[in-house]
Design a protein around this ligand. Structure first.
Ligand code: ZN
Length: 303
């Protein structure tokens, strides 16, 4: 049986046909920006082409940079603004003449890594994308947790926990508040912190490379990042208690995170304070940039 996954991004539409874990066809086209009808057409034609190449009809799952509101059925919270307020789920189901599942792209990332990625076999998984933003999703026993507002896992606009003078002044966030987790843990957040504290403009890979070659200002920036990530994730452990936390996105390529964050989160996890070791594992995504599109296909894992 074939599962089709579509990752609808702001600049490209990526499609995959999975036969079990095996990728049997892939396709990528440019997203018709600012044109809803053309976006629907493009998605449908990608699916038809994948099915032709795979020689079979499949289930269809779609990851979007936003979510479908459970109360209205319309797209909300999308940075691809031409999708907002549109009945994408109904329109795609009607055009394809079959049920379609749509989820937030960070939720698809978590589903992918829980299905056959770095968190395969784990009961409760928290998947985080640390990139231009800080998206996250929750998977429980293979199933994505959507929630009453379809925002489950979205912790990027919660305040940074246990903030101290090193974290102030709180950076302004585009959401209208200040001191959101995303303003510290996204790639732009890390670069802005280095600029504020060290007075140096540098990209994240440059900061990481300099920290590794003995630049103390860059090393301190990474230490602040580790401390903040540890506190942000400790708050998740205290509520969700996941077996595995998977990191994806550009910043997940920083190797020291996997040893330093778990060392730092001990101080903040409730269980650790009672003499019990923290068992939650922090791991890097296995499928990298393909997790979004693979997870969209895995939205039909139960099929
Ligand atoms: Zn915010």
């Amino acid at each position: 049986m074939i599962r089709i996954g579509i990752d609808l991004g702001g600049s490209k539409i990526e499609g995959i046909a999975l036969d079990g874990s095996r990728d049997v066809a892939r396709l990528r086209v440019a997203t018709p920006r600012d044109d809803y009808e053309a976006t629907i057409e493009a998605i449908v034609s990608v699916i038809r082409e994948l099915e032709q190449r795979a020689g079979a009809t499949g289930t269809v799952g779609v990851g979007i940079p936003g979510t479908i509101s459970p109360s209205t059925g319309l797209v909300k919270n999308a940075n691809s603004v031409w999708l907002i307020g549109r009945p994408l789920l109904d329109d795609l189901s009607a055009r394809l003449d079959r049920p379609v599942r749509i989820a937030n792209d960070a939720n698809c990332f978590a589903v992918s890594e829980a299905a056959d990625g770095a968190a395969a076999g784990a009961a409760v998984v928290f998947g985080v994308i640390l990139g231009t933003g800080t998206g996250a999703g929750i998977v429980v026993r293979g199933e994505v947790l959507t929630g009453a507002h379809a925002i489950a896992g979205e912790w990027g606009h919660n305040p940074l926990p246990w903030a101290d003078e090193n974290d102030r002044p709180e950076p302004e966030c585009y959401c209208g508040r200040a001191g959101c987790i995303e303003t510290y843990l996204s790639g732009p957040g890390l670069a802005a912190d280095h600029q504020r504290r060290a007075g140096v403009t540098a990209t994240v890979p440059e900061i990481v490379a300099r920290a590794g070659s003995g630049d103390s200002a860059a090393a301190q920036t990474l230490n602040r990042y580790v401390s903040r990530a540890a506190r942000g994730l400790a708050a998740i452990i205290n509520v969700l208690d996941p077996d595995v936390i998977v990191l994806g996105g550009g910043l997940s390529n920083i190797p020291v995170l996997y040893e330093q964050i778990p060392r730092a989160w001990n101080r903040w996890v409730f269980a650790a304070g009672r003499g019990e070791a923290v068992r939650t594992q922090l791991v890097q995504a296995r499928h990298g940039d393909s997790s979004g599109v693979r997870g969209a296909a895995w939205l039909w894992r139960d099929a």
